[in-house]
Design a binder for this molecule. Sequence first.
Ligand code: DAT
Ligand code: MG
Length: 155
Amino acid sequence: MTNDLNEKTFLLLKPDAIQRGLVGRIIARLEDKGLKLVAAKLVHVTRDQAMRQYDCHKGKPFFASLIDFITSSPSLAMVVEGRNSIDIVRKLMGATEPIEADPGTIRGDFALDVKHNLIHGSDCPESYRHEVEVYFTSEEIKEYKLELEPWIYYI
Ligand code: DAT
Ligand code: MG
């Protein structure tokens, strides 16, 4: 737990989210929660980017299929900010396996398959720092004040 209102996390709305027209609904859930969008970019992920993003899974049986999937069609890369944003986004996403993802979560409501699970979110601050550099320069991450903040947080 942290009290840092500027904790950032990296998200990738995967090709299935774009192809299925779920981007607006997924972003709405992040906005509804009160998270602040600080960077967003439509990217057709390259194999090099995919392998860097997912290097912790290299050697696993699903690695090749994951890389093929993530590079198959455009994705939306984003950075969002907020208190405990890393863990909050993981909760909004739901479990990796859609059969274990609770109703009310993004995967629990919209996904049936472990590969086509719509969204990536950093799982810890070290992962965030590694992943964000694959997709964004520091200039692309915007610093601004969310005027609603005093209505979202007890500061
Ligand atoms: P998460 O995306 O919840 O952080 P992860 O980091 O363990 O999950 O795995 C990264 C992605 O790899 C996951 O979103 C989908 C794919 N994946 C994970 N386990 C898998 C499996 N057993 N079979 C097929 N794909 C899998
Ligand atoms: Mg992961």
